[in-house]
Design a protein around this ligand. Structure first.
Ligand code: 13P
Length: 344
């Protein structure tokens, strides 16, 4: 029996559950490991991800699904069990990053803007990933705010690619996570929150227009957007209440209610800030869609540091990961409180 796209999508955003983004490419995971002075070998990447996926409490109660990288979906745990089976045993759905990265967009802004590639051969790769157990996928388009950017050309190219990817996923029985990210970090990010609002609204309108043209079934997808937030280098940072209010206003005016869920990326926010923003938004409901997390850094940073690449620290790493997963689960219910962080 094939699972229905709508059921998978709803399971990914079930109450109090969210997604772990563990799909760092080889280059990105090397950067993360550099921060704990660990060499990025195949075994080290396996040990790290196995530690996360064997955090049974977190994986069973707070994490609905995990976005994997190509290497990980084919990798075996130390005892020979596939990592996919490890996470499935805990009740978590395997997902896969299928884009092949953001590449410079030819034209006058090529030093700044990118277009995400990976459509060639995607139909065949999706069929392969389905056999490996993936039931949802991710594709990230990147929009940069800078002097003279974003251009309409960049927004249009990335929206179009996202829609073509999403249609191919649904054809393969895989739920697409559609991720248009307006960056809050990087060398250019000095914009204020209102500029982020303007660009996020523009981007989401374009993405949903393309999804409509490609006949993507909105009930069988998840949106993974940025929050509406000032750039990391901006001199004036918005309050948490303002981020929550403007993000919701922007999403309500652009995301149809037939989309079952919105799962935010963390984008460079601190762990606790990403949790706080999500909780504030959910506390101000009711909302037309489920609102949850699909965090990478904000779910993993504490666990990575507690583990430090040492086998004797696996339990400490799992405790740190479980704590952040639990805090974000509460945020997805709108019941997180800063006091609970101290109680950890
Ligand atoms: P961050 O939460 O670290 O932004 O990562 C989420 C993600 O999947 C980016 O594509």
């Amino acid at each position: 029996m094939t699972e229905k796209l709508e059921d998978i999508a709803r399971a990914l955003v079930a109450p109090g559950k969210g997604i772990l983004a563990a799909d760092e490419s080889s280059g990105t995971i090397k950067k993360r490991f550099d921060s704990i002075k660990l060499t990025s070998t195949e075994d080290a990447r396996r040990d790290y991800r196995e530690m996360l996926f064997r955090s049974t409490d977190a994986m069973t109660n707070y994490v609905s699904g995990v976005i994997l990288y190509d290497e990980t979906i084919r990798q075996k745990a130390k005892d020979g069990t596939s990592l996919v089976d490890v996470m499935k045993a805990a009740g978590s759905i395997p997902g896969i990053k299928v884009d092949t990265g953001a590449k410079p967009l030819a034209g006058p802004t090529k030093e700044i803007e990118t277009v995400t590639e990976g459509l060639d051969g995607l139909r065949e790769r999706l069929a392969d990933y389905y056999k490996l157990g993936a039931r949802f996928a991710k594709w990230r388009g990147v929009i940069t705010i800078a002097d003279g950017a974003p251009t309409w050309n960049c927004i249009k190219a990335n929206s179009h690619a996202l829609a073509r990817y999403a249609a191919l996923c649904q054809e393969a029985g895989i739920v697409p996570i559609v991720e248009p990210e307006v960056l809050m970090d990087g060398p250019h990010a000095a914009h204020d929150i209102d500029e982020c609002y303007r660009v996020t609204e523009w981007t989401l309108r374009s993405v949903f227009r393309e999804l409509y043209d490609a006949r993507v079934m909105l009930e069988g997808m998840i949106l993974k957007p940025n929050m509406v937030i000032a750039g990391q280098k901006a001199s004036k940072q918005a309050s948490a209440a303002e981020v929550a209010e403007k993000t919701l206003k922007c999403l309500k005016s652009t995301v149809p209610a037939s989309v079952p869920g919105i799962a935010f990326l963390s984008g460079g926010q601190s762990d606790e800030t990403a949790t706080q923003h999500l909780s504030l938004m959910n506390a101000s409901g009711p909302l037309p869609w489920a609102l949850t997390f699909s965090y990478g850094r904000a779910l993993q940073a504490a666990a990575l540091n507690a583990w430090g690449g040492k086998p004797e620290n696996v339990a400490a790493g799992q405790r740190a990961f479980t704590h952040r997963a639990k805090m974000n689960s509460l945020a997805a219910l709108g019941t997180w409180d800063a006091k609970l962080e101290k109680a950890a």
